[in-house]
Ligand binder design. Structure first.
Ligand SMILES: *[C@@H]1O[C@H](CO)[C@@H](O)[C@H](O)[C@H]1NC(C)=O
Length: 646
C-alpha cells in the first residue's frame, strides 16, 4: 500500500485506505507484543500444516486438502517427547491451522551451517509415492518463527521483491520430483537495545541433498550439495537425513513494521480499475434511481392526486365519474394489493432475518479488519471475529424476522421463533459436517476436529439461539408496521408481462450488477482461501462491500418500480431473488475459476471445492437478497405513502 499514486483519484482512495493502520502502525495488537531475545536465547520454531500452493511456474490449484506436519508418510523429525499442539483461537483452527512444536534449535545470533534434525529416516516405497505426489501437487510447508511465517523471496514484474509465506516441499525438474531435506533459514533480527534482539523477518531456502549424512551422536551431520539431488524412489527404501542451517542477519527493520514486506498487493492496478469501474456503475444506477424517484414519481404522484381531484370535481359537477380516471395506470393501480402478504411469508421472514444477521456480521467484520484489528499477525482473529459477530447478531436476526412476519400478518409465531435461529445454521452446519467427512475419509488433517465442531454447536445453542429468541420476542412486542394503504379483499388480476420483467430475465439482468461490484475482490478472496494465503486488502473490500450494497439496492428498486408499473404486485419474493441472483454469478465464477485455475487429481477435491463454493454462494444469495428486499420494502412504503387513495 506504500506506493505513489499518479492520479488524484488514486491518491484520494489511497489516503482513505491509509486510514486503516497497516501492520506498520506504531501500536501493537493484543497477542502480538514483541518478544526480545538475548544472544544465545532459543527462538522457537513452530510448524503448521502443509498446504497446496501455487508457484509462478505452476499457478494451478491441484488439491484442496491440507496435511498435518507430522503425518507419518512425510517422516519429518519430531521433537523429543513428541510434538505438542500450540494453543490457538477457534477461528485459527476453523481456518485449518494446526500449529505444533518442532525439534529445531535456533539460538539468537548464532549461525549454523549444517545441523541434523534427527537420525536418518527410511522412506518405504508407499511413503515415497505419497510424498512424491504431494510434490507434484505443489505442496508448501508453513513454519512460524516468533509468529512470523517462513517465507520465500518472490519478485513479480517491476515490483519490489516481497516475502511470500510458505516454501516448497520439493521441486519438479523435468518430471523428476526432488524432495527438500535441507533448510537454510535466514532470520532478520533487529537490535532493540543492548543485548535485546527481535525477529523481524524469516526467509527460507530449501535444498535437496542426497549425500547428507547423520554422524551418530547429537545433531552432527555432513551436508551434501546441490549436484546430487534427493529423489525418493518408488520401488524400494530411501534413506533421508534432514538437516538445516541458520543464518542471522542484522536488519534495520524495526519490529513494528516487520509485516510490511509480507503484505504485498498483487496487481494493485486491477483493484483500482475494478473500484473505478464499480463506482461508475453505482453512480449511473444511483442517478437512474434518483431520477425515477425524484422526477417520475413526483410527476406520477402529482398526476394521480390531480386526477383524483378532477374526478371528484367531475363527480360533483355531473354526478358521474368521467373517463379521466381510466388514464390511471401504472403502480398506483395496485395499491389495494401491494401489501398483500406474499406466498410463504414465514419462509421469507426467516431468511430475511438470517440475511440481516449475515449483513451485520459481514459489515462489522470488514470494518473491524479495516481498523486493523485483524492484521495477519493476529492469527485466526478473522475467523474468531466472524463467529463472535454472527453469534451476537442472532438478536438482530430474530428481531427482523419477527417484525417482518408480523408485517405479513403471519399466524404461526412459534414456527417463526423456531426456524430463524435453526434453519440456516443447521443447513450450513450439516453441509460443513458432510464435507468434513470427506476430509476425514482422506486422512488429511485439514478436517476440523470433532471437538471444535462440538464447541461451535455449543456456542450456537447456548448464546446464539437464546439471543435470537430474545430478538424475536422483542420484535414481536413491537407494534406492527402499518401499511399506508388498505389491502382489498379480492386480489387483482395481474396482466401478463413480457420481456425483461419475466422472473428469469429480470434476475439475470439485475444480478450481474452487484456481482460486477465485487468480482475482482472475490477472485482474490478465492485465491487466498484455496491457497491458504493471508487476505488483508480490507480497504478495497470495505469499499467494494459498500458499492455492492448500493448497487443491489438501486438495481432492485429500479426493477420493482418497473414491475409495479406493469401492475404486478408480487414484489416481495421478486425483490429478494432479483438482488440475490448475483449469487448465481458468484457460483458461476467459482466454476470458471475451476476451469481456469484448478486441476484436481481426485474427485474428493472436486466435491469439496463445489460444496464450499455452493455454500458460500448460498450465503451470498441470502445476504444480497436481504439487501434487495429491504431497499424495495422502504421504496414501496415510501411511494404508496405519498399518494392519496380514497
Ligand atoms: C551469519 O550469517 C550471515 C549471513 O550469511 C552473516 O551476514 C553474518 O555476519 C553471520 N554472523 C556471524 C556471527 O557470523
Amino acid at each position: 500500500m506504500r506506493r505513489s499514486h499518479a492520479s488524484p483519484l488514486g491518491a484520494l482512495v489511497a489516503s482513505l485506505l491509509a486510514l486503516a493502520p497497516s501492520p506498520g502502525s506504531a501500536f501493537y495488537f493484543p497477542g502480538v507484543a514483541p518478544t526480545s531475545y538475548k544472544t544465545g536465547d532459543t527462538v522457537p520454531l513452530f510448524v503448521n500444516h502443509l498446504t497446496p500452493a501455487n508457484s509462478q511456474s505452476d499457478p494451478k490449484l491441484r488439491s484442496v486438502f491440507s496435511f498435518d506436519y507430522y503425518h507419518p508418510p512425510f517422516h519429518f523429525c519430531r521433537p523429543e517427547g513428541g510434538p505438542q499442539y500450540i494453543r490457538e483461537s477457534l477461528g485459527s483452527i476453523l481456518f485449518g491451522d494446526r500449529i505444533q512444536t518442532s525439534p529445531f534449535e535456533l539460538k539468537m545470533g548464532q549461525n549454523e551451517s549444517c545441523k541434523a534434525l534427527c537420525s536418518t529416516q527410511t522412506f518405504a516405497a508407499l511413503d515415497s509415492k505419497f510424498v512424491n505426489s504431494r510434490i507434484f501437487q505443489g505442496y508448501d510447508l508453513n513454519w512460524l518463527i516468533d509468529g512470523l511465517p517462513a517465507a520465500q523471496l518472490v519478485k513479480v514484474g517491476d515490483d519490489d521483491p516481497f516475502y511470500s509465506p510458505g516454501f516448497a516441499l520439493g521441486t519438479v525438474e523435468g518430471d523428476q520430483p526432488r524432495f527438500n531435506n535441507h533448510y537454510d533459514i535466514f532470520i532478520d533480527y533487529h537490535e532493540a537495545g543492548p543485548d535485546s534482539f527481535r525477529v523481524v523477518g524469516v526467509l527460507l531456502s530449501p535444498f535437496s541433498f542426497r549425500e547428507s549424512k547423520y554422524n551418530g551422536e547429537g545433531q552432527q551431520a555432513t551436508c551434501g550439495d546441490q549436484t546430487a539431488p534427493l529423489v525418493l524412489v518408488e520401488n524400494g527404501n530411501t534413506e533421508v537425513t534432514f538437516t538445516y542451517g541458520v543464518y542471522w542477519r542484522l536488519s534495520s527493520t524495526p519490529f513494528a513494521t516487520r509485516w510490511d514486506k509480507y503484505l504485498h498487493v498483487y496487481d494493485a492496478k486491477i483493484h483500482w480499475f475494478s473500484l473505478v469501474n464499480s463506482a461508475v456503475i453505482v453512480v449511473f444506477l444511483i442517478g437512474m434511481v434518483s431520477t425515477i424517484l425524484v422526477r417520475t414519481l413526483k410527476k406520477d404522484i402529482a398526476r394521480y392526486n390531480r386526477l383524483d381531484q378532477l374526478a371528484l370535481d367531475d363527480f360533483s359537477a355531473n354526478g358521474t365519474m368521467e373517463d379521466g380516471v381510466q388514464e390511471d395506470s401504472g403502480w398506483k393501480l395496485v395499491h389495494g394489493d401491494v401489501f398483500r402478504p406474499p406466498k410463504n411469508p414465514l419462509f421469507l421472514a426467516v431468511i430475511v432475518g438470517n440475511g440481516a444477521q449475515l449483513f451485520m456480521m459481514a459489515g462489522l467484520t470488514i470494518a473491524f479488519a479495516l481498523l486493523g484489528f485483524l492484521s495477519p499477525s493476529n492469527r485466526g482473529a478473522l475467523g474468531t471475529v466472524i463467529i463472535i459477530f454472527y453469534t451476537l447478531f442472532g438478536f438482530i436476526g430474530g428481531y427482523v424476522s419477527s417484525r417482518l412476519y408480523k408485517f405479513f400478518h403471519g399466524e404461526s409465531w412459534k414456527l417463526c421463533f423456531f426456524y430463524t435461529p435453526v434453519a440456516l445454521p443447521a443447513l450450513v452446519f450439516a453441509t460443513f459436517f458432510l464435507l468434513n467427512l470427506f476430509v476425514w475419509g482422506r486422512g488429511a488433517s485439514g478436517a476440523v476436529p470433532f471437538t471444535t465442531m462440538l464447541v461451535l454447536v455449543i456456542i450456537w445453542f447456548v448464546i446464539s439461539v437464546p439471543l435470537s429468541l430474545a430478538g424475536s420476542w422483542f420484535g414481536f412486542k413491537q407494534p406492527v408496521i402499518e401499511s399506508p394503504v388498505h389491502t382489498n379483499q379480492i386480489p387483482r388480476q395481474i396482466p401478463p408481462s413480457g420481456g425483461y420483467l419475466r422472473p428469469i430475465p429480470s434476475m439475470a439482468l439485475a444480478g450481474v450488477l452487484p456481482f460486477g461490484a465485487i468480482f475482482v475482490e472475490l477472485y482474490f478472496i478465492m485465491n487466498s482461501i484455496w491457497f491458504s494465503k493471508v487476505y488483508y486488502m480490507f480497504g478495497f473490500l470495505f469499499i467494494c462491500y459498500g458499492l455492492m450494497i448500493m448497487t443491489s439496492a438501486a438495481v432492485t428498486v429500479l426493477m420493482i418500480y418497473f414491475l409495479l408499473c406493469a401492475e404486478n404486485y408480487h414484489w416481495q419474493w421478486r425483490s429478494f431473488c432479483t438482488a440475490g441472483a448475483s449469487a448465481f454469478y458468484v457460483f458461476a465464477s467459482a466454476l470458471l475459476y475451476w476451469a481456469k485455475d484448478v486441476s484436481f487429481g481426485s474427485w474428493t477435491s472436486g466435491v469439496l471445492y463445489l460444496g464450499y463454493s455452493a455454500l458460500l454462494s448460498l450465503l451470498f444469495f441470502i445476504l444480497t437478497g436481504t439487501i434487495g428486499f429491504f431497499a424495495s420494502w422502504l421504496f414501496v412504503l415510501k411511494i404508496y405513502k405519498s399518494i392519496k387513495v380514497d
